[in-house]
Design a protein around this ligand. Structure first.
Ligand code: HSE
Length: 318
């Protein structure tokens, strides 16, 4: 067998939570992508990381792509020197799955480079290792969406006493259109996701839990029957979003403008500060996106980047 010396993979950005699905729901988006090229060399050189974006860490242990690669190299007893070249398309720290895209592309590239033939669930586990670099702990919502594509439910099956994790993918409806507003002029803290998690309530009233379960179930049903209006009806989070909205200048205006322009639902994308709106078809999409940008603008957050996009397929070797 000829072992290749270099492989490149790409992975899309993603949104997590979709309102009530905190840490459980992810949706891959075709707006932006990261590219990871892994080159193998003679044994003994360790892992080197090169990055197109100067703000992304180049210490292998602090970078989501190289952390995933490192874990895979250890587990499969691969001692080659490895160069991990990351070309960033997804802005880091804004809640659109930037570190997850790099980690997902890295896991897929490494799997192909060494012909490991790992199944997708195992690749998600390795990509999630990479998330430790940026979020402090493993989160599976963005990485699973970025790796598998489509809408993904991170399911922890504990009914039998164990804790088996499964990633359940549902193909989104063809007429689902999203508008994402990324407030790139907001300075985000280095460990933004950790900060955004630290302010969440430790205890939650039962009626809020019931509300969110109803919403999350409605979203899953909407994806299953491919009905965008049903999906949108479920996007209403009374637990996490109320605690986080104060972290996002312009939250209220962005939301109101998007709904006024014809969005069916609006929520925080992942841990924020980006916001995402859901639409059926792209009739109102441009108006919704510019309304969201104006909303940030009204709050003094200039030059946000907006994208009109659709769900994406997952990470792949190119
Ligand atoms: N679900 C995570 C959070 C973000 O909202 O903190 C993405 O992993």
């Amino acid at each position: 067998m000829v072992v290749k010396s270099r492989t490149t993979a790409i992975a899309p950005c993603s949104t997590a939570n979709l309102g009530p699905g905190y840490d459980v729901f992810g949706l891959a988006l075709d707006a932006l992508e990261d590219r990871v090229r892994i080159t193998r060399g003679p044994p003994g050189g360790g892992i080197k990381i090169k990055n197109s974006d100067a703000t992304i860490p180049v210490v292998p242990e602090s970078n989501s792509a190289s952390l995933a690669v490192k874990k895979m190299a250890v587990d499969f007893d691969i001692g080659d020197s490895l160069e991990v070249q990351v070309t960033k398309g997804v802005p880091a720290g804004y809640g659109v799955g930037s570190s997850a895209a790099s980690a997902a592309a890295a896991a897929v590239a490494f799997n192909a480079l060494y012909n490991l033939k790992l199944d997708k669930d195992r690749l998600v586990e390795y990509a999630a290792e990479g998330e430790i670099a940026s979020a402090g702990t493993k989160h599976y919502d963005n990485v699973s969406a970025s790796l598998l594509g489509g809408f993904v439910i991170v399911s922890s099956i504990t009914a039998t006493g164990g804790s088996e994790r499964r990633f359940i993918r549902i193909e989104p409806p063809k007429d689902l259109v999203l508008a994402v507003a990324v407030p790139i002029s907001i300075e985000v803290p280095k460990k933004k996701t950790e900060v955004a998690r630290s302010i969440l309530p430790k205890e939650v009233p039962l009626k809020s839990v019931v509300h969110n379960i109803a919403g999350a179930s409605t979203i899953v049903a909407g994806f299953a029957i491919k009905d965008v209006e049903i999906i949108a009806k479920g996007i209403d989070d009374v637990i996490v979003e109320p605690a986080r909205k104060h972290l996002i200048p312009g939250y209220g205006d962005v939301r109101q403008n998007a709904l006024a322009a014809g969005a069916l639902a609006v929520t925080i994308s992942g841990a924020g500060p980006s916001m995402i709106a859901f639409m059926k078809g792209n009739k109102n999409a441009k108006k919704v996106a510019s309304g969201m940008a104006e909303g940030f603008d009204q709050a003094g957050v200039k030059s946000s980047r907006t994208f009109v996009c659709r769900p994406s397929s997952g990470a792949r070797v190119i």
